[in-house]
Ligand binder design. Structure first.
Ligand SMILES: *Cc1c(COP(=O)(O)O)cnc(C)c1O
Length: 353
């Protein structure tokens, strides 16, 4: 596999690690790969990071044919760099592509391209624990005409952004607002695909929650408005009595890699984890009875994010004592330990560069 490299002749100075936020600084290069129905995937190349040029009729601008992924490159204490379960991101990208009628990529070729790109941008992987080089692969339809149909042209792009620690000020439990008006996704729709449109549709509820002083919304299913699905752009888990519960993947929920990893870690440690339907009524009853011991969101950005309280209608419920629960803390320590190479990796999740 040939990757044509055009080096950036003006590499940028690195941003100090304590000044890194999320997604504002970008590395020196980007990877591009074109696809057309006639030629398939072609012109795989790495070029200096720069704005893209799009035809004003480009499919993505009108009909939202766009999918993406998010993963991180982590710096170990020995100075080496590693990825966490990247093949899972690649497979999910292909499942999203299938849903959106975008072309799929060869798993091995994409992994090879991803590794080559991260090796080239290695100096951009920050060093302190909690920081990382966030990798954002994305793929969009790029026909230069307004007809609505499966695209004949698409573009794959990979960019990288050094990111600060999500928990700069320490891990603090967040407040969540249960959303009963807007829905994020419905079964048969695009909920299980990581597509830009899902985010566009969920912004309004997120803004309303932010105005009311909450950091995310808890989404309910779109049909019965009854079953819990996700929290903001994270999956969600609960410890109710001795059971760990997370909503089953019914099609409208994004199958998170952090979710999957949490389930595997917890089961290996002997916890009972059930993927099942969980109604908002059951959640409220568990909050009222004190059976709800812990609740947390999980996703690549935060790893786990403890939930301290839920607002539902005009009532606010506190989870246990409103602090960080023991299972939440244990998951955080285990997953970040594996990701940053401080703990053994018994299941071979880590891919060293
Ligand atoms: C990306 C994403 C997640 C988390 O997935 P991870 O693979 O764990 O990062 C959860 N929900 C939504 C809606 C997402 O877009």
């Amino acid at each position: 596999m040939d990757i044509k490299l055009t080096r950036n002749e003006n590499p940028a100075p690195l941003t100090p690690e304590d000044a890194l936020g999320f997604g504002r600084v970008f590395s020196d290069h980007m990877l591009l790969w074109d696809w057309s129905a006639e030629r398939g995937w072609h012109d795989l190349r790495i070029v200096p990071f720069a704005p893209l040029t799009l035809h004003p009729a480009s499919t993505v601008l009108h009909y939202g044919a766009e999918i993406f992924e998010g993963l991180k490159a982590y710096r170990r204490e020995d100075g080496g760099v590693q990825l966490f379960r990247p093949i899972e991101n690649i497979r999910r990208l292909n499942r999203s592509a299938e849903r959106m009628c975008l072309p799929e990529l060869d798993e091995n070729e994409l992994l090879e391209a991803l590794l080559a790109f991260v090796r080239l941008e290695e100096r951009w992987v920050p060093k302190s624990f909690g920081t990382s080089l966030y990798l954002r692969p994305f793929l969009f339809g790029n026909d230069e005409q307004l007809g609505v149909h499966a695209v004949h042209n698409a573009t794959f792009v990979l960019i990288a952004s050094p990111s600060g620690s999500y928990y700069k000020e320490g891990i603090n439990p967040v407040g969540i607002m249960i959303e009963s008006e807007d829905v994020r996704a419905v079964r048969g729709g695009t909920g299980y695909a990581k597509c830009g449109g899902n985010y566009a549709a969920s912004t309004r509820a997120g803004e309303r929650a932010a105005k009311a002083g909450y950091s995310q919304v808890l989404w309910l299913d779109g049909v019965e408005r009854k079953y819990i699905e996700e929290v903001g752009a994270m999956n969600v888990m609960f410890r109710i009595g001795d059971e760990i519960v997370t909503p089953a993947l019914t099609g409208s929920i994004l199958p998170g890699i952090t979710r999957k990893s949490c389930i595997e870690v917890l089961r290996a440690e002997g916890y009972t984890v059930n993927e099942r339907l969980l109604s908002v009524d059951e959640l409220i009853a568990a909050l009222e009875s004190g059976e709800l011991k812990e609740a947390w969101g999980c996703g690549t950005a935060a790893v786990v994010s403890p939930i301290g309280r839920f607002a539902y209608g005009d009532r606010v419920y506190t989870v246990s004592d409103g602090g960080i629960g023991e299972v939440t803390k244990q998951l955080y320590d285990t997953l970040t330990g594996i990701q940053w190479g401080k703990l053994p990796d018994p299941d071979g999740w880590v891919l060293k560069l």
